[in-house]
Design a protein around this ligand. Structure first.
Ligand SMILES: Cc1cc2nc3c(=O)[nH]c(=O)nc-3n(C[C@H](O)[C@H](O)[C@H](O)COP(=O)(O)OP(=O)(O)OC[C@H]3O[C@@H](n4cnc5c(N)ncnc54)[C@H](O)[C@@H]3O)c2cc1C
Length: 373
């Protein structure tokens, strides 16, 4: 049975809970809203299946990069609605055109970040744009399997750990599905769902209106900028600083990520083409967005071949587009432990009210540490 020595060893991928034949595992949220497996000892037979599928227990499913490209969609509307160069739209359009199914992260009630299923471009559009909070997977792995067994072409998109979890769940020891396409992201880490929930709660009270739209990185100030936007029901829009995506709000396992390198579990990896201004493509950087796209398997090369009509693309040398999370995991600050221990909506909101939130948080953590020692 799965035993977590510490939180750095679980990405919350749900492979163990989805695979357990005795339904003995449920996903329980901690104080920050990150889900971890909880075992019902009465139902568990200690069969070991949960350990066998855990991507953090040595089953990492790593591929190596075959080809790398700078990619940008030809449709400027798709570009504006996507986080980088709209590579995801182009890739998922291929699968939808085959009558297939696309899985990705969208919004649920109250802008909770949840994984969903789409069979049309309008449903898929909800997955465009990055949500820098960990998405809830629910029973998505079982749905993916049902679609695959139904003979449908399926594209699953998510963070590398979610893709690794799905692969473990589907293939543990068995053969790959030929109709499955896996797309993951260059990933800095996923932030706390409860910090996100409480941040929205605070904004609605502070501005005395309901939020009707959110954007984690609004391109209105250009692709290179990092500003969130929130639209209220009176039509007003605010652009606060990028507050939810602080490293101390990230999941502890992100600091121990086995995929923050060039060995991703997916067929295709997409990310922002940071550093474009230092390459031969600098003249094409109009601040509207460019993606990098890494083909990691022959299946990925095939999928990329099928979008070449829809995108502008240039082959790249890997060395020209390396960025921190293609080399190493994000370092999670030690203040995270204290932050988690003390987390309450009330004090988080109290800090949000103070203008200089990050440095106040630092000072507060230092102060508490001194008092504890
Ligand atoms: C948590 C997170 C961290 C990231 N960190 C980096 C980074 O450090 N460096 C970098 O270059 N790029 C990073 N990205 C990727 C980048 O922001 C773009 O998503 C990527 O470049 C694809 O852009 P696009 O225009 O092709 O597609 P978009 O239209 O922006 O497609 C979004 C894709 O991301 C998926 N997605 C969105 N939110 C989530 C989520 N919460 N969990 C799982 N999947 C999600 C959707 O399912 C969809 O496949 C990160 C993305 C996320 C979600």
């Amino acid at each position: 049975m799965i035993r977590l020595a510490n939180k750095e060893l679980c990405s919350g991928c749900t492979a163990c809970a989805s695979k357990c034949p005795h339904r003995a595992i449920s996903m329980r949220r901690d104080r920050l809203g990150f889900a971890y497996p909880e075992i019902d000892m009465a139902a568990c037979t200690d069969c070991g299946i949960c350990e066998a599928v855990c991507p953090f227990q040595g089953h990492a499913h790593r591929n190596s990069v075959i080809e790398v490209y700078a990619v940008r969609h030809k449709d400027m509307k798709q570009l504006a609605a996507s986080q980088s160069g709209a590579a995801f739209v182009a890739l998922s359009d291929v699968i939808l055109a085959r009558g297939g199914v696309v899985y990705g992260a969208g919004y649920g009630e109250g802008f909770k970040v949840v994984h969903g299923r789409a069979v049309s471009p309008s449903e898929r559009d909800a997955f465009r744009g990055s949500k820098y909070v960990q998405s809830e997977l629910g029973t998505v792995f079982a749905q993916v399997k049902a679609d695959l067994l139904d003979g449908k072409h399926v594209l699953f998109s998510g963070t590398p750990c979610q893709v690794a979890g799905l692969k473990s769940y589907l293939h543990s020891g068995g053969k790959l599905y030929e109709n499955l396409y896996l797309v993951d992201l260059v990933c800095h880490g996923v932030a706390s769902p409860y910090v996100w929930r409480d941040y929205l709660w605070y904004l609605e009270r502070a501005y005395k209106h309901d939020i009707v739209a959110v954007n984690f990185r609004d391109k209105i100030f250009g692709w290179h900028s990092h500003k969130e936007s929130f639209k209220f029901d009176d039509g007003s829009i605010i652009y606060p600083r990028f507050i939810v995506y602080k490293d101390c709000f990230l999941r502890p396992a992100c600091g121990n990520c086995p995929y923050a390198n060039l060995n991703h579990p997916s067929d295709v990896t997409i990310g922002d083409f940071w550093g474009i201004e230092q390459t031969d493509l600098r003249a094409e950087d109009d601040n509207k967005g460019h993606s990098i796209l890494l083909c990691n398997t022959p299946q990925g090369v095939k999928l990329f071949d099928s979008i070449k009509e829809q995108v502008h693309f240039h082959p790249l040398a890997m060395s020209t587009c390396l960025q921190p999370n293609l080399c190493e995991p994000t370092r999670i600050p030690r203040s995270h432990l204290l932050f988690e221990k003390l987390y309450r909506r009330s004090w988080f909101v109290a800090f949000l009210k103070v203008r200089n939130f990050p440095s106040c948080l630092k000072r507060f953590v230092k102060h508490v540490k001194q008092r504890l020692l």
